[in-house]
Design a binder for this molecule. Structure first.
Ligand SMILES: Cc1ncc(COP(=O)(O)O)c(C=O)c1O
Length: 392
């Protein structure tokens, strides 16, 4: 290459290397590792163990044996198949909505829905800790965007009382169980605010599925607010043990608009049919196990209590996600590594995924987690704390 032609590949390489080096120096480099088998897995989101449930696997296997493996095209060409339609129907019946749409992932659903249904003139009020996929959709929408203090419904009320242009559509975006904090807002009060202020409510129930609700269908059901939610989001890759996501609506126009305008839906090969078949059976399994969920929530409550008694910073609650705030990146990485060596996989979460100085362990409790393992985990945490103190 002659010297007067700018060498863009070299410039790109230099830029990326500088960025990676800076991340490394800050101790924030993310690296990809193959997950090794562990004795106790408290790191993933398979809360009900449905990723290995025999009935769920059998449904996937049967669909696979009958083929096809792939949807092989966009849903609008030939990708939307009988397994997807049956799953939509099962989801609507489970949650009490009239219209449903399956997505390849929760990330694409959230990004597409906010990016497509919200217009630049609209106003979005979103909890400060909503998932990155929701933020991606909000930014894509071009709407005016205000972040509201986490789970602070007084602050939300204050925002909603502010004068606004009459024609403007206002959206409120929340989760029912936050992915890194394991807490959630008072949904009954949110529904009351909606009745008072008339916003469009988008609720992501990803981490509540299976764990809450009379049939495991989440917090909107247990709080009696299903009719108030305009856009309900659930994912298939966490408690339901497979992969993909769904959105549910009371109003047909929302579903049809997405089918007509959402690029993530129109221009992407659709969810593999065996995954849709597996999810339909996973709903049945979640429904059948819902009677046990009071015991799972009780264990979450007791575990948090026990952690606090031992001097750890864990908030009260009963969700499957138990955050233990450690503080520095280095400490959380060292503790996570120590626990892994002792046979426990846990999440070690650092900024920017969580706010600065709140690096944390993220413990995912499962339906089959036994107290003896949690007790052993706490003993190993204590052992690490004592040896860490000894080093200092
Ligand atoms: C609240 C929430 N919504 C959406 C998603 C994205 O779902 P998916 O993993 O199916 O892309 C996640 C994933 O972590 C999440 O925690």
């Amino acid at each position: 290459m002659t010297t007067d032609i700018p060498d863009s590949p070299a410039r790109l390489r230099a830029r990326l290397r500088a960025d990676l080096a800076a991340r490394g120096e800050a101790g924030r480099l993310r690296t990809l590792r193959v997950a090794a088998p562990v004795r106790v897995n408290l790191a993933d989101n398979d809360y009900l163990g449905l990723a290995t449930d025999p009935a769920v696997l059998a449904a996937a296997r049967t669909a696979l044996e009958n083929g096809p493996l792939s949807a092989s095209s966009s849903p609008l060409v030939r990708g939307y198949q009988s397994h997807h339609a049956a799953l939509e129907k099962a989801l609507c019946a489970w949650h009490g909505f009239s219209h449903g749409l399956i997505w390849n992932s929760g990330f694409s659903a959230n990004q597409a829905i906010l990016g497509t249904l919200v217009s630049p003139g609209d106003l979005i009020l979103a909890d400060r800790l909503v998932h990155h996929s929701l933020i991606a959709g909000i930014l894509k929408s071009g709407a005016t965007f205000t972040r509201v203090a986490h789970n602070d419904l007084d602050a939300l009320d204050t925002q909603l009382r502010k004068p606004h242009a009459k024609h403007r559509i206002r959206w409120v975006v929340t989760e029912s169980v936050y992915s890194m904090d394991g807490d959630g807002p008072d949904l009954a009060r949110l529904a009351a605010l909606k009745r008072q202020h008339g916003f469009v409510w988008m609720l992501d129930e990803t981490h509540a599925l299976g764990w809450y609700g009379p049939q495991g269908q989440g917090c909107a059901a247990s709080s009696g607010v299903v009719k108030d939610v305009d856009v309900f989001i659930g994912t298939l890759g966490k408690a339901l043990g497979g992969m993909g996501a769904y959105a549910l609506f009371h109003d047909h126009a929302l579903r049809e608009s997405l089918i007509n305008h959402a690029g993530e839906f129109i221009y992407s090969t659709y969810l593999a049919p065996p995954l849709a078949a597996a999810a339909t059976v996973a709903i049945e399994r979640a429904r059948m196990r819902a009677g046990e969920s009071a015991a799972w929530r009780d264990q979450s409550h007791r575990f948090r209590e026990a952690l606090r008694q031992r001097g750890w910073n864990a908030p009260p609650g009963d969700s499957p996600i138990v955050p233990i705030i450690i503080g520095t990146d280095a400490a959380v990485l060292a503790l996570g590594q120590h626990l892994l060596q002792c046979g426990f996989a846990v999440g070690a979460i650092r900024p920017p995924t969580v706010p600065e100085n709140t690096a944390r362990l993220r413990i995912s409790l499962k339906a089959d987690t036994i107290w003896e393992d949690l007790d052993a985990l706490m003993r190993e945490m204590e052992r690490w704390r004592e040896s860490d103190r000894a080093v200092q």
